[in-house]
Design a protein around this ligand. Structure first.
Ligand SMILES: [Zn+2]
Ligand SMILES: [Zn+2]
Ligand SMILES: [Zn+2]
Length: 276
């Protein structure tokens, strides 16, 4: 399974759109991996996690064929994860030609369904196009070669925010964005279903600051990693990677890498490719 991190920032991006803080100025001056766009990841060539406002930029920067994507799993309805306007331009004829795959299925909770309503309506009379399928915590979905299992995230009170287990080709990925320290029911599910993760992507929005609420930072990522180890959900061969960073967390990518490495974590950057 191949994972490509397309966007690795929290909601406002890094540099944040209107921000003049020291850490945004530093990112603008140094560029490279210190520039982070909004959260999105691609599995192989055909499964996307989330569709933020930077999807167009991700397509350009990574030379992607987005028409090859067959499945989009939405984590929750926050704007930096669910910004569906560009899905209108998948309509074949005027906006898009020679689609690699005719059909695209969007998976998400009911709040995501509300945000996608106009898109799905626009495609409803097409013989192919875009469909929506509701997903619920702990109800696995089989699509193509994937088994995708939503887990309840500790993130947003107005909806069932989700994080995902993605299994394919004998490999298992835990994608934990956005969430604070997971609920006990998540650990129970992982243990009961004997999930052994080859790769874990940890929410690290707070970076070096003390974390709490619906996001994590380096402090809680370590506690979570150790708990996964103790429960046998990961082992010494598992790759642990931090992702989804806010400029308020202070350390730009170049500064964060050695700190995270010392603690046993890889640090995601836009365009990072991992073979799992
Ligand atoms: Zn987010
Ligand atoms: Zn800033
Ligand atoms: Zn969020």
């Amino acid at each position: 399974m191949k994972l490509t991190y397309l966007g690795t920032a929290a909601a406002e991006g890094w540099p944040a759109v209107f921000c003049n803080c020291e850490y945004c100025k530093k990112a603008k001056a140094t560029r490279g991996k210190n520039i982070r766009t909004r959260s999105q990841a691609l599995i192989n060539e055909n499964l996307l996690i989330d569709f933020p406002m930077d999807s167009f930029l991700h397509m350009v920067n990574n030379k992607l064929d987005l028409s090859a994507v067959e499945y989009v799993f939405f984590t929750h309805s926050h704007l930096d994860h669910c910004s569906p306007v560009d899905l209108f331009f998948r309509a074949e004829g005027v906006y898009a030609h020679d689609l690699t795959k005719k059909d695209l299925t969007l998976f998400g909770n009911l709040k995501v369904a509300e945000r996608l309503e106009n898109i799905v309506k626009a495609y409803k009379d097409e013989p192919f196009g875009i469909k929506f399928s509701e997903v619920k915590p702990y109800n696995p979905v089989i699509c193509g070669s994937y088994k995708v299992t939503p887990l309840r995230a500790y993130h947003s009170s107005g909806e069932d925010a989700l994080v995902y287990i993605i299994e394919e080709g004998g490999k298992t990925l835990l994608y934990l964005h956005d969430t604070g320290f997971p609920f006990d029911e998540v650990f129970d599910y992982l243990v009961r279903n004997r999930i052994k993760a080859d790769f874990v992507s940890y929410d690290c929005t707070y970076v070096a600051l003390p974390s709490g609420g619906g996001h994590m930072g380096l402090d809680s990522c370590q506690v979570l990693r150790d708990k996964f180890l103790a429960l046998g959900i990961i082992d010494e061969n598992t790759i642990n990677c931090i992702n989804h960073f806010s400029h308020n967390g202070k350390l730009i990518h170049d500064e964060l890498v050695p700190v995270a490495e010392e603690l046993g974590f890889l640090t995601a950057y836009d365009g990072m490719v991992i073979e799992i």
